[in-house]
Design a protein around this ligand. Structure first.
Ligand code: PLP
Length: 450
């Protein structure tokens, strides 16, 4: 049994952590992160780490950005809280809504604010149901997502999430949520199949599912342009065009969950821009405030917004909203954060420095532990395998990932292990020199655990 600091002991005694084995936590204890600066964070023992995950895929402008602190402070002094219910509003929420609509170049026309990505996706489910009820299509309620897709953890969002760990013993998923295959060619492609054929097979599978369920019962398809938490899955280039065509054919709304890919992660403003997705609903969070404040946005195109708007008129209210919807401090921080992203050309940096990161990580493809290196812009993953040739995974799954995750800390590097897939998603401010340093620390870690 390790000896814990007083802070660690208090943590173990009182705090229950998300996504944590609580039994193991009592022997491992927490690493207490105390401060951050740029792409680095420091723990309470004085150790410095290159934060290659930007926290949870989210701190775009880096840690310790004074302009965000000032924006929050100014707003806290002026109006620390007000709500946006029943015809009340305030300047930061108005300005941010306008800015977000402009940022989509007019493709989206209205914004509904929530506090988290999970709540945003939960809101989306309710909006989709409300929308179809408004149109008198009371049967059209099922939502199709993908295995390994991640959409959050509320009852509805977790049901759309396609990861077993989010369902097991939570009595999920809800019966309205269906899961189609994950477009991961390396794992799901069949022998002799090309990527183009694989994408066509995914398309055919989706169409068959819709027909089997009955198109009149299927309301929407939700997906992340590039999957994040499911293992950084970059789909074949032709995948989204085909999926979109099937959705249009059967009158399904297309929901782009851009909680990770929004605001430049893939080297364009939105992941939808990379793949030519024309979503009816777009979900944004994380990089919207660089996670300095909790905030998410559900963006609606004109058609969906108008139907919901008119129905609220008929019913007397859109009966949904959060105490902190459009919170003034969070929206003020988001405005300044988006200014920084634009002024410092961080979307462009994700494209150029992202290409450098992709190339540097691909140099590790020959390493005996490495099965696949994948990614786009400033998000990437290295999948570790027990046998390179046969792509055999480790047994138990996650064994190598856990070893790399732990060892990386000793090399001053924080990555994320998704079973045996190591994810990278550094702040958008990262420089080419810092990328070299990050990859060198990772390569050293791989050699040490081999
Ligand atoms: N959607 C995607 C694509 C995500 O990656 C996440 C979180 O990682 C969520 C939704 C849920 O967001 P939150 O953790 O803020 O509830």
């Amino acid at each position: 049994m390790s000896s814990f600091s007083p802070a660690q002991s208090r943590d173990i005694k009182h705090q229950m952590h998300p996504y944590t084995n609580d039994v193991a936590h009592k022997t491992i204890g927490p690493r207490i992160i105390e401060r951050g600066e740029g792409i680095y964070v420091y723990d309470d023992q004085g150790n410095k780490f290159l934060e290659a995950m930007a926290g949870l895929w989210s701190v775009a402008v880096g840690f310790g950005e004074p302009r965000l602190v000032e924006a929050a402070t100014r707003q806290l002094q002026k109006l620390p809280y007000y709500h946006t219910f029943t015809h009340k509003s305030h300047s930061p929420s108005i300005e941010l809504a306008e800015k977000l609509v402009d940022y989509t170049q007019g493709r989206m026309s209205r914004v509904f604010f929530t506090n988290s990505g999970s709540e945003a996706n939960d809101t989306v489910v309710k909006m989709v149901w409300y929308y179809n009820n408004a149109l008198g299509r009371t049967q059209k309620k099922k939502i199709i997502s993908r295995k390994r897709g991640y959409h959050g953890v509320t009852v509805a969002s977790a049901s759309m999430t396609g990861l077993v760990g989010n369902h097991r013993d939570f009595d999920l998923p809800l019966p309205q949520m269906k899961h189609t295959s994950c477009p991961h060619f390396y794992r799901e492609g069949q022998p002799g199949e090309s990527e183009v054929d694989f994408a066509s097979r995914m398309e055919a599978e989706l169409e068959a599912m819709i027909i089997q369920e009955g198109p009149e019962t299927v309301a929407a398809f939700i997906g992340e342009p590039v999957m994040g938490a499911g293992g950084v899955i970059v789909p074949p280039d032709t995948y989204w065009g085909k999926i979109q065509a099937v959705c249009r054919k059967y009158d399904l709304l297309i929901i782009a969950d851009e909680v990770i890919t929004g605001f430049g992660r893939l080297g364009k403003r939105f992941g939808s821009d990379v793949y030519g997705i024309e979503p009816d609903i777009m979900v944004l969070s994380k990089q919207i405030t660089s996670s300095y404040q909790p905030l998410a946005a559900v963006m609606l195109n004109d058609d969906v917004a108008s139907v919901i708007s008119e129905h609220s008129g008929r019913l007397g209210s859109f009966g949904h909203g959060y105490t902190a919807s459009g919170h003034p401090v969070a929206t003020a921080v988001a405005i300044e954060n988006l200014n920084i992203i634009q002024e410092r050309k961080l979307v462009e940096n994700a494209a150029t420095t992202g290409a450098i990161m992709q190339a540097a990580l691909r140099e590790l493809a020959g390493h005996p532990l490495v099965g696949e290196v994948r990614g786009l812009g400033l998000i990437a993953a290295v999948e570790l395998v027990a046998d390179k040739e046969s792509r055999r995974p480790f047994d138990p799954l996650g064994k190598a990932g856990a070893a790399v995750y732990g060892r990386a800390h000793e090399n001053g590097l924080i990555v994320r292990a998704i079973q045996d897939t190591i994810a990278f998603c550094p702040p958008l401010i990262i420089t080419p020199e810092q990328v070299s340093d990050m990859v060198a620390r990772f390569a050293k870690t791989l050699d040490e655990v081999q």
